[in-house]
Design a protein around this ligand. Structure first.
Ligand code: G6P
Length: 614
């Protein structure tokens, strides 16, 4: 949610570097974008515009200003509608300071009142303008020391922020700070970067510092200094990032989403690497080794996440309860954090997050730890805030996910959760060695089966052509595939804007069946399971209302295809693991429907990849 990039260095190419960075960060928000540079005469020049990064870049290219220092931003609007004036960077009242900000300043209206009484005027509807003016006010009052003014002001701020600031008073220095929202410092030869994540930095360096909450960074092309809000100096830990440039490029695909869907045989394999070994018939849950005993003795397991990650948690609930017999609850992070959850040291809480930065999930980790329960992460982004805040965790190793609609992260989350479930079940002796080994073989075979499904993309494309003009779609499934129905519906609605709902198949008649008309698409997951005949009965109910049934079937129940309008037949796998296969055709369906509608699959309206505000 909002992307920040800032640069200071010995080369006067700040503008170019910032726009390159903004293109890499655009997936975080694309309501508007802009940069601010200090020119030779020490004036701040701003180039910003509503809409995608290219539009602001065009403005900059007309002037091509050379500068050694600047800040850039791509916005997902919170306070103030997405228009030119509310775009970042935002200047302070005196125009001496420019800021970019990711987050929400909660006490902005009381601060604004104070500033209005002092004669400040405001040009935008943003909380960010209040913040920069408040910093300016303290700077003017407290004897012109910018560092001191910044820490004094930030101590009085409530809410979340990652910020980068340039100013005319100390023109050689770039300042940054964070609380809640992420900020990474990149260190290269005579160059420093500040960014919301490592993607815009890796072109220049692998050395980074992950700024911690309430830390302030001050950099020139020569020096770096980090302090906390008490003005104490911090000795930072420099980490190496292992991201490769190819991982954040489209690699010949028309979109990141398609690249990430097609990559799943590899990304799932990477998630299993070093964890499953069919030769030695072994399965290790590296990452949470120290907490296995806690898990084995847990009173219950709670799984917390948002969006797609929450859906992965629901699948795990079915799997864990069936095989470990430990009670499992799955919660939306945004609800969990505010309902004073009853937790103690006998509880283990898993936090699932692709980005590792989702504000509600991060806050839930803090609450969990405060209450003495164990917090374990299942996170994709290495070094992210949730990965660092949890007691231990398993990285997905799915590689960067850039398409706003989550795809490969979901299948990697599932494979990790399945591995954890299988290992726990064996340790608890709920499954015998023979079954354990069988399961290891089945898990290991999943990438191959996913590859086979991806080969069917043209069948799915043809179905997309039939439904892309429809206004509404229902998804239904049972048991462990019910969350896959929810996830399939989420994919479709978030990128194609077709209204879509997922339901447990039997629940359809408790309401949603009223929505069915002749030709309404109903997508049914009906792969072989103990309940699949009941799902067939639900298909009949839907057909009786003349809806259009599209079924996901497997090689064992192909015969169902005669009963439905369209079918996608995928390879057979044990029902417990079928969610990881069944979601693939649903991802492709959402992708092709969106392409037929002529929409941008990677940048759906109103959404952002990483939700760093609550
Ligand atoms: C946003 C993204 C979703 C994602 C959700 C949770 O809504 O658009 O794709 O599932 O956040 O994000 P996380 O990074 O915590 O998994």
């Amino acid at each position: 949610m909002c992307g920040i990039i800032a640069y200071v260095g010995d080369k006067p190419s700040a503008g170019k570097i910032l726009f390159k960075g903004l293109h890499a960060l655009e997936y975080r928000g694309y309501d508007s974008s802009g940069i601010a540079l200090l020119n030779e005469r020490n004036n701040i020049k701003v180039f910003k515009k509503k809409g995608i990064v290219k539009l602001a870049e065009k403005k900059f290219l007309k002037e091509k200003l050379n500068s050694n220092i600047g800040i850039g931003h791509t916005r997902w609007a919170t306070h103030g509608e997405p228009n030119n004036k509310n775009s970042h960077p935002i200047l302070s009242y005196s125009k001496n300071f420019a800021i970019v900000h990711n987050g929400i300043i909660e006490n902005y209206s009381s601060l604004k009142q104070i500033l209005l009484e002092k004669g400040y005027e405001f040009n935008t509807d943003t909380d960010t303008e209040v913040l920069i003016n408040y910093i300016e006010e303290i700077y003017n009052k407290s004897g012109s020391n910018f560092e001191n003014a910044l820490s004094t002001a930030l101590r009085q701020i409530r809410g979340a922020f990652a910020i980068a600031i340039i100013n005319k008073k100390t023109p050689k220095y770039l300042y940054g700070a964070r609380r809640g929202s992420p900020l990474v410092v990149g260190i290269a030869e005579k160059k420093f970067f500040l960014a919301s994540d490592a993607s815009p930095i890796i072109k220049y360096t692998n050395d980074v510092i992950y700024l911690k909450d309430n830390e302030i960074v001050k950099v020139s092309s020569e020096n770096l200094k980090i302090t906390n809000l008490k003005k104490e100096k911090i000795n930072p830990e420099i980490k190496k990032i292992e991201l490769k440039i190819e991982e954040i490029e489209k690699g010949g695909f028309d979109s990141f989403m398609l690249k990430e869907i097609m990559e799943q045989p590899k990304s799932i394999k990477r998630s299993m690497l070093g964890r499953i070994n069919v030769n030695t018939k072994s399965l290790f849950i590296n990452g949470i080794n120290d907490y296995v005993n806690k898990l084995l003795n847990a009173r219950r397991i709670i799984i917390v996440g948002c969006g797609t990650s929450w859906h992965a948690g629901l699948v795990a609930e079915y799997f864990f309860e069936k095989y470990t017999r430990i009670p499992v609850e799955v919660e939306y992070a945004s609800e969990f954090r505010y309902r004073n959850p009853i937790l103690n040291s006998n509880d283990v809480v898993f936090f699932i997050s692709q980005s590792g930065e989702t504000a509600d999930t991060l806050e839930s980790v803090k609450i969990t730890k405060k209450k003495g329960a164990t917090a374990l992460g299942i996170v994709n982004s290495v070094g992210s805030s949730i990965a660092r805040a949890t007691d231990e965790g398993c990285y997905l190793h799915a590689g960067p996910e850039i398409g706003v609609a989550s795809t490969k992260a979901f299948t990697s989350q599932l494979i990790i959760l399945f591995m954890i479930g299988v290992r726990l079940a064996r340790r608890l002796d709920k499954i015998k060695e023979k079954k354990y080994v069988e399961m290891i073989y089945q898990l290991d075979n999943i990438p191959k089966l996913v590859k086979e499904i991806l080969k069917k993309k043209n069948i799915i494309k043809n179905i997309a052509k039939i439904i892309y003009k429809k206004k509404s779609c229902l998804y239904m499934a049972r048991g462990t595939n019910y969350p896959v129905g929810l996830e399939g519906a989420l994919k479709l609605k978030e990128i194609s804007y077709i209204h879509a709902e997922g339901y447990p198949a039997a629940e359809l008649k408790h309401g949603p069946i009223a929505l069915l008309e002749k030709g309404t698409p109903v997508i049914v997951i009906c792969t072989r399971s103990d309940e699949y005949e009941k799902t067939i009965a639900n298909i009949e109910e839907v057909k009786a209302r003349k809806a259009m049934v599209i079924a996901i079937l497997d090689s064992k129940n192909k015969h169902v295809s005669k009963m439905v309008d369209h079918s996608i037949v995928i390879p057979q796998i044990k029902n417990d693991f079928s969610p990881i296969l069944n979601i693939i055709p649903l991802q492709l369906l959402a992708y092709y429907v969106t392409k037929y509608k002529g929409l941008d699959v990677d940048k759906p309206r109103n959404l952002a990849k990483s939700v760093t505000v609550e």
